[in-house]
Design a binder for this molecule. Structure first.
Ligand code: FES
Length: 99
């Protein structure tokens, strides 16, 4: 199984993780501090702007999609506790609420 590269721009850290890993778990592996709250897609505290080619991330589930829409964020924003990597490379650009 090919590992997925996850790069955190602000911390300038990169980790290689198993497909299915959440970006929040990848952040912990990379020793990147992330503000978080509920860890289940409801609060939006961990919303980040993400760059990834089509298919590099699993599609957002209903809870994540609803929270992102409620926050008025665009589709390039994902909740780190929900977004799971699938393949290739994912770049976590920065906090969606401050960038
Ligand atoms: S920590 Fe609450 S939505 Fe991710």
């Amino acid at each position: 199984m090919n590992l997925v590269e996850v790069h955190f721009v602000e911390a300038d850290r990169t980790v290689f993780v198993q497909p299915g890993t959440t970006l929040l778990d990848a952040a912990e592996m990379a020793d990147v501090d992330v503000m978080m709250g509920c860890s289940r897609g409801m609060c939006g505290t961990d919303a980040h702007r993400v760059e990834a080619v089509e298919g590099a991330l699993e599609d957002p589930d209903e809870d994540e999609r609803g929270t992102v829409e409620r926050m008025g964020l665009d589709a390039a924003c994902r909740l780190l506790c929900c977004a799971r990597v699938r393949s290739g490379k994912v770049t976590v650009v920065g906090d969606a609420l401050t960038d």
